[in-house]
Design a protein around this ligand. Structure first.
Ligand code: ATP
Ligand code: MG
Length: 272
């Protein structure tokens, strides 16, 4: 395999061919593979150098989580998916890390829940946002919002580049899925009256604490699981599905979920 970044990659890490040969029996194989996907995304210009460091912060929490989806995360995944399906105008906000990890699944989820995809970057450059757009289009995305001049609306009170949003997307949305988000913007979106669904490995981050529903899991595992939940819900007859989804959302308690996710991590530290 060459080290020139043009190897086969279909956006799904189970079929991913990394630059370096990671023996499948290596105890950290999956984690190393995910790192390679980020580095590959960086080489392609999708991921900002700072994004690699942000991944490291997430990786540390994933280590404490035992690198698997907890029952609390599964519960949040079901609530998140239901909230997105129940909403009138859902939008998935994407950044470089997310696209490097799960572009294909993001596009599939957006089709299944009828959500728009919008690019939103902390380190925004025209080059990077258009590379992200192209990567998502490669997996079948038809419309990508928030690129170049279309991110013309501004979230009040925010200073970072993350304040720039699309008036046809996040600005208009009733529910926003924000994987790997910055706390400032999560707080601002909640203040604007939007339902915010976050995917964040750190249960103590401002994002995790201020979102309405927080999935404490790696986005690379959470997004495919959301797809599975949509499929299961779609098997139900429409009226029954609505009833089930409303009940799931009503019974969900984000504060409790975060405390329990933290206690999984604490338990893993004690057990090690
Ligand atoms: P906040 O701004 O919400 O307080 P932060 O400043 O600590 O959080 P940021 O750098 O703004 O963190 O965003 C990175 C966040 O994304 C971190 O909380 C990190 O744990 C999380 N993260 C990184 N990679 C992943 C991943 N693959 N899946 C889920 N979460 C991740
Ligand atoms: Mg932050």
């Amino acid at each position: 395999m060459t080290n020139n970044g043009d190897h086969i990659y279909d956006g799904d890490y189970s079929n991913y061919n990394p630059h370096f040969h990671i023996p499948p029996t290596h105890p950290r194989a999956q984690s190393l593979l995910i790192r390679e996907m980020l580095v590959d995304g960086y080489r392609k210009g999708l991921v900002a150098s700072e994004g690699l460091i942000a991944h490291g912060r997430g990786e540390a929490f994933d280590y404490l989580l035992g690198e698997k989806t907890s029952s609390m995360a599964q519960c949040a995944i079901e609530a998140a998916t239901s909230a997105l399906l129940l909403s009138k105008f859902p939008v998935i906000s994407v950044n470089g890390n997310l696209v490097a990890l799960c572009a294909k699944n993001i596009v599939e989820l957006s089709h299944l829940i009828g959500a728009k995809i919008e690019v939103n970057l902390f380190y925004r450059t025209i080059k990077r946002e258009s590379l992200i757009k192209k990567e998502l289009e490669r997996f079948g995305a038809k419309e990508i919002l928030g690129v170049t001049s279309s991110a013309s609306a501004v979230i009040p009170e925010l200073q970072s580049e993350r304040r720039r949003v699309d008036p046809k997307g996040i600005m208009k949305a009733d529910t926003v899925l924000v994987p790997l988000e910055d706390g400032d913007r999560t707080e601002a979106l909640v203040k604007m009256g939007k339902i915010v669904v976050a995917i964040d490995l750190n249960p103590g981050s401002r994002t995790a604490r201020s979102a309405n529903i927080t999935i404490v899991d790696n986005a690379i595992r959470a997004i495919p699981k959301m797809i599975m939940v949509v499929r299961k819900l779609k098997d139900l007859e429409r009226k029954q599905r609505e009833m089930v989804m409303k009940r799931i959302v009503k019974e969900y308690d984000n504060h409790k979920n975060l405390i329990e996710s933290l206690s999984v991590m604490r338990g893993n530290i004690k057990g090690s």
